[in-house]
Design a protein around this ligand. Structure first.
Ligand code: GLN
Length: 448
């Protein structure tokens, strides 16, 4: 009830697309009865969770913040949702986001923008803007988002909270509406590392419904979080000296690295070399995958269909898709079909795959010599509302530090580091080897 009241008071932030009030109260009551009967209430008993509106919750609406899914109700639970419920979590509502998780500001939602609770003239980041603000403003304890190119870490950075993108395959993608399947991963927002670790513990693991979900054992992520030993960190010189990085932030990172050295850690600069190619490779590959994934939204099977009568099938598809999808989604479908088209496939798609391979090898090489890579999460603090909307390229370029982890599959987390003189927070991004979330969380815990 406390969270329901707070959500009501914070309606102007537009973080929730729908609040499952009745349902959440019923879940709480049945949990209470369970405890009365002396049954095990679960690892997340009573923990109030919000979910990004790209994650299926049986019997509840799911829209991907798109008009094209208007009125659609999930027929099954995402595996992550199933696992949350099995451990007694209370799912309180679905959270606003960019349409089909495409964006960096939450301004691409068909249901309106989300405001950053620290400064309502600024965006919360995206695409999981609602999930970030829900935790930032205390409208749930933890929330789920999805991270294809930074959509959990970037809004966490803009909102001053913790955002984790686990290793590709750590959490099942079953029931997560696909954007770019070889990049997508469910991620977790929390206000601290212990909460984030606990949720990761619950929702990780193999899944018969997702062959890319790893069979590898789920370790105890909460154990030894406090354990602090001296570590060997690499920072990316070309990332820190990148022209797009805010100068005050650069200074903040440099003094933080000095502080780590003073605490007995090794911090060395290495060159990544391919930084200028990662955004291009990311947008070629993800739009290609998106154009294929989004072909299922044809006006027949789900949600919205054009009211216009008398069309033949092709025109019916065209009309329904033209009316149902927003501008950014259409832009990406067009880009994706272009890079996959016969004449351009090798020049764009194959090339981007080759770049991806090089980036993977480079990442593995650095991580074979260091415990973790440290870098900014985003080159600037939260944008002003509307600031980047007319310039999609500028918006895409701001993803430079986050897409690295999705191109390579490794886990990455953003933790709040400092406050800029403009009043906004900014975060530190930490990256470790794949399936090394234990170390990642331990390092992050000791940096907060
Ligand atoms: N900003 C990136 C994009 O628009 C990341 C989105 C995401 O991670 N879902 O593709």
């Amino acid at each position: 009830r406390m969270y329901l009241d707070r959500i009501e008071q914070a309606r102007h932030l537009n973080a929730y697309l729908e609040v499952f009030s009745e349902d959440a109260l019923a879940q709480a009551r049945s949990l209470d009865e369970k405890i009365q009967r002396g049954e095990r209430p679960g690892l997340l008993a009573g923990v109030v969770v919000g979910i990004k509106d790209v994650i299926c919750y049986k019997g509840h609406k799911v829209s991907a913040a798109s008009k094209i899914l208007e009125g659609f109700t999930s027929l099954y639970n995402a595996t992550a949702v199933e696992k949350l419920l099995a451990e007694g979590a209370i799912i309180i509502g679905r959270l606003n986001c960019d349409e089909f998780a495409m964006g960096s500001t939450n301004e691409n939602s068909a249901y309106g923008k989300v405001l950053n609770a620290l400064d309502v003239t600024r965006v919360p980041g995206g695409s999981s803007g609602g999930s970030a603000v829900a935790v930032q403003a205390g409208l749930c304890q933890v929330s789920l988002g999805s991270d294809t190119g930074g959509s959990v870490r970037q809004p966490a950075d803009f909102c001053g909270i913790v955002g984790l993108k686990p290793t590709y395959g750590r959490i099942s993608r079953h029931g997560l509406i696909a954007y770019a399947s070889s990049f997508d991963q469910i991620g977790i927002f929390g206000s601290n590392i212990a909460d984030t670790a606990l949720v990761l513990q619950v929702i990780s693991g193999p899944d018969a419904y997702d062959s890319t979900a790893s069979q590898s054992e789920v370790p105890d992520y909460q154990a030894d979080l406090r354990h602090n030993k001296s570590r060997k960190f690499a920072y990316l010189k070309d990332a820190l000296h990148h022209e797009g990085l805010d100068t005050e932030m650069r200074g903040g990172f440099e003094s933080f690295f000095e502080q780590l050295k003073a605490e007995g850690h090794t911090v060395e600069g290495v060159n990544f070399d391919y930084l200028d190619y990662v955004v291009a490779a990311y947008y070629v590959l993800t739009t290609a995958e998106a154009s294929s994934n989004l072909s299922r939204f044809d006006g027949v099977k789900y949600g919205y269909r054009t009211p216009q009568k008398g069309l033949d099938l092709t025109d019916f598809y065209k009309k329904s898709r033209s009316e149902g999808f927003g501008k950014e989604v259409k832009r990406r479908i067009l880009l994706g079909t272009f890079v996959l088209s016969a004449g351009y496939y090798d020049a764009y798609f194959t090339k981007a795959q080759q770049v991806r391979r090089l980036v993977v090898e480079k990442m593995q090489h650095i991580l074979s010599e260091y415990d973790a890579i440290l870098l900014p999460t985003v080159p600037s603090t939260a944008f002003k509302i509307g600031e980047k909307m007319d310039d999609p390229i500028a918006m895409y370029l701001a993803d430079i530090y986050t897409v690295l982890a999705n191109l390579t599959g490794v886990p990455a987390i953003s933790v709040p580091l400092l406050r800029h003189s403009n009043g906004m927070p900014y975060g530190l991004q930490i990256i470790t080897k794949e399936f090394d979330e234990r170390n990642l969380l331990q390092i992050a815990h000791n940096m907060l």
